[in-house]
Design a protein around this ligand. Sequence first.
Ligand code: GDP
Ligand code: MG
Length: 177
Amino acid sequence: NGDFNSRIDYVFKIVLIGDSAVGKSQLLARFSRNEFSLDSKATIGVEFQTKTLLVDNKTVKAQIWDTAGQERYRAVTSAYYRGAVGAMLVYDITKRQTFDHMARWLEELRSHADKNIIIMLIGNKSDLKSLRAVPTEDAQEFAERENLYFMETSALEATNVESAFLNALKEIYQVAS
Ligand code: GDP
Ligand code: MG
């Protein structure tokens, strides 16, 4: 209602991008509703989820967009990126290819998004330690070279999910305020 809305200081749009099955929808489910499903076949037709939280004593509404199965190269439309102030670039630490594709996603993101967009590189599924195919150092190096923030997360175990979004929101807030 109006009363509640009037207390929101900022609305920040964040987009999730990366290959299919890396865990984008589950990261969003974990962050917005503290839920996780091992069997998340198709992303439900919801375009975005919101979560309102405090950042630096300001009420920030994060509006987080999910790709809903448009992960093929160049299938994500410019409307998806429009107005985004943050992006979570997600790969699966057990699938090298999903990390190798990060450069391509980054290029697509940079060609569509605002130049001040805050980008967080996310290596998801950190719980699958024995299946790791992407060393943390490789991702760190890539993130440094490309000026991205970087974290490894597990949507399943709820590791670093909250911090990843919170850190992104803090950086976005710095840029916006
Ligand atoms: P999306 O296509 O990028 O949206 O990927 P989903 O969120 O649908 O997840 C794809 C599959 O990976 C599902 O079976 C999830 O349960 C699983 N998954 C997602 N996150 C994790 C995680 O952190 N750890 C593990 N072990 N599995 C995950
Ligand atoms: Mg999905």
